[in-house]
Each structure stands twice: as C-alpha cells, then as structure tokens.
Ligand binder design. Structure first.
Ligand SMILES: [Fe+2]
Length: 367
C-alpha cells in the first residue's frame, strides 16, 4: 500500500470515503461539491461522498458543470455558488479537471472581489476555503500537488496557478473508482503520470526526495507499459498500481515542477484537443535527447528505475500517440510569443530551453 508522508492528509483504498465521514465533519457543516457532468456519478464516488456527508449531518449542494480543461469563468461561477450556499468547505470529485477546479473555486469563494482571472494575479497565499479531493482517475496527482491548471476563459490558454493556497487539506485515493474508466482514459492518464515522474527526475530542481518519489512511480508503471501488448485490460491490481504511481509522481512534481513537455503539451491540447497525458509524452523523445546531452546521470537513474533503456519505453508508448498533429504556423507563433517573458518549465528542463528551441520542438512534431 501507498506510504507517503505529505502535507495533504491522504486516505486510501476501497471504501475510504464512506469509512471517514469525520474527515468531512472536521471542515464545517455546509459544503459545495464540485464535479464534472457524469463520471463522478458513474463511478460511485459522488454517492459515497453524499453518504458520508449525510452521516456527518453536513448540508451540501452539487456544482456539476466543470468542463474538461476547466475555464476560469466556470470556477469563478462555482465560487459564487459556494458563497451563496454558505459553504464552509469545497469537495472536488473527479479527475484532474474537477480537482484542479475545486482548488480555484475555494479561492474564488473567499474573494468576491476577484474577476474571473483574478487567481492569476492574487497575493499568495490568498484566503481560501478548505478543500477535500476525491480522485477518480489515475494520472494527474492533483490530490497532492499545490498546483491547479486552468484555462483562461478569454484567451483559451492553459495556465497553472500554484502556491500554498493550492493544496487540498485532505484527499481520498480509492483506486476502485477507476475500475470502469475507458481504456483510452486509462492510457492517457497513466502516460501523464509517466510524464510527471520522468520530467521531475530529469528536472534540474530534482532532489533526493523527489527522485525517490519518481523511482517509486516508474517502478509501478513499468510492468504495464512494457507488457505485451502495452497497457493490458486492467485488473484491480493494475488499477491500484496505476493510482499509486500517479500519487507518487504527483508528489515528485510537487517538489520540482514539470519540464517543457508539459508547457508544449498545453498547446496540443488547446489547439487540437489532444488529451493531456498524450500531449505531454509527444515531447518525451525531445526531453530524453536533451537529458542525454545535459544530465546523463539523471537519465541513467530513470532507466534504472524503469529497468530498461528509455528507447524501449518510447517504442512501447508510440502506438498510443496521435497519428498526426496538424499544428498551424500561427498557433506555433502565438505560443512562442507567449513564452518570450520566460517560462519556469523551460528553465528547469535539462540544459534550459529557449523559446526558439521550443518552437523547433513544436515544429518537429507538427504534421
Ligand atoms: Fe500532467
């Protein structure tokens, strides 16, 4: 079972939500549940949460309009709904989108003067409501990170917020909620976890503790990426391994941040709708190439944790990637213009990365 000391209180395993109504009771008597349109209901997590809330005599309201790649305006509206209801805490149920949205909603709820994009210019830490997260996919690691990735409603650009005010107070990590995930979602979210573990380990901000988390994640993911065929139909054991890997990888990036594949991957998601995990690993060959040049020891560490050379992993995941990525020249130019002010993900990537090199990397995968 997962053993992870972390500032977020983690409750894990099947039945964890219903077994711990006192966790919810510890944060107030009224809450807003923030979720997407369907999957939280389908997988049973919403019902389990409501059962726990009723058991703890907590009044609740459900805001179920969080879209994939949540927009700032949607989170802003949910924050107003939380205030109107008198919510004392927020529960986020879902994959990365509802969980990331819940973090922003908690900030908006306490800051009525904020415009829809006020989270980007807030004083950190901002006032916020407590947040409890219930994960239903295995990839994002949002349960344990102080990061929330949002999409600016006016520009359509994905941009993260981070800080001490972006942590949940508690998270439920019950892999049984992932049992009925479609195979495509299982693969793309697992590849997000892989990207987190690899990018963190190759980051020039990696430290002993983050490397240990990356190694745990890579060791859990490797058997399923490298099986023949890669990513078999999951059984409960595989579901548990993928979930635990996502939490370890989340703990790793919480210490280091991600590298340039995440920043470039956002462009593929914004422009072409490529699922986040796939969009990130599209740039993994470029990342590995730079690691070979600039931090071969860190790359050797990753390969040791995986038990195979990185080429073997890249070959295994290649069939899952989109067959074509028709990025327009304007989209590439817009992205490069956005990066001129400096990008933390570029700075911490192996050898650093200039906006010009980022342009090249985008052009190399486009077509
Ligand atoms: Fe990610």
């Amino acid at each position: 079972m997962l053993k992870l000391e972390h500032r977020v209180r983690i409750f894990q395993g099947p039945g964890a939500v219903q077994a711990h109504p006192e966790v919810f009771a510890g944060y107030g008597r009224r809450c807003l549940i923030v979720t997407g349109s369907g999957s939280a209901k389908k997988c049973g997590a919403l019902d389990d949460c409501i059962t726990a809330l009723k058991c703890a005599h907590i009044a609740y309201e459900v805001f179920d309009r969080i879209e994939p790649n949540p927009k700032t305006a949607t989170c802003h509206a949910a924050g107003a709904a939380a205030r109107d209801f008198g919510a004392e805490f927020i529960v986020g149920i879902g994959g990365g989108s509802p969980m990331d949205a819940a973090k922003a909603v908690a900030i908006y709820a306490k800051n009525p003067s904020f415009a829809h994009d006020g989270v980007y210019t807030r004083q950190i830490p901002a006032q916020k409501l407590p947040v409890i997260l219930i994960g239903t996919t295995a990839g994002t690691g949002s349960e344990v990170t102080g990061v929330s990735v949002l999409t600016h409603s006016d520009t359509g650009a994905k941009k993260s917020i981070s800080g001490a005010d972006c942590y949940a107070e508690a998270a439920f990590c019950d892999y049984s909620y992932t049992a009925a995930l479609p195979q495509a979602t299982t693969v793309s979210t697992a590849l997000d976890a892989l990207a987190h573990a690899v990018e963190s380990a190759l980051s020039n901000r990696a430290i002993e503790k983050s490397r240990a988390f990356s190694a745990q994640a890579l060791g859990l993911l490797a058997p399923y990426i490298l099986s023949d065929p890669p990513f078999p139909v999951p059984d409960a054991r595989m579901r548990q391994a993928l979930y635990e890997a996502s939490v370890y990888a989340g703990a790793a990036i919480d210490l280091t941040g991600t590298c340039f594949p995440h920043t470039l991957g956002y462009v593929l998601t914004e422009q072409l709708g490529v699922p986040h995990g796939l969009a990130c690993v599209v740039f993994m060959p470029a990342l590995i190439g730079r690691a070979r040049r600039f931090c071969p020891d860190a790359l050797a560490f990753v390969e040791d944790a995986l038990g195979v050379p990185m080429e073997t992993v890249l070959a295994a995941i290649r069939p899952a990637l989109p067959p074509s990525l028709p990025l327009g020249g304007d989209a590439i130019a817009d992205a490069v213009a956005r990066w001129q002010k400096g990008v933390a993900n570029f700075t911490r990537s192996p050898g650093g990365l200039t906006p010009e090199e980022a342009r090249q990397a985008l052009e190399n995968v486009s077509g």
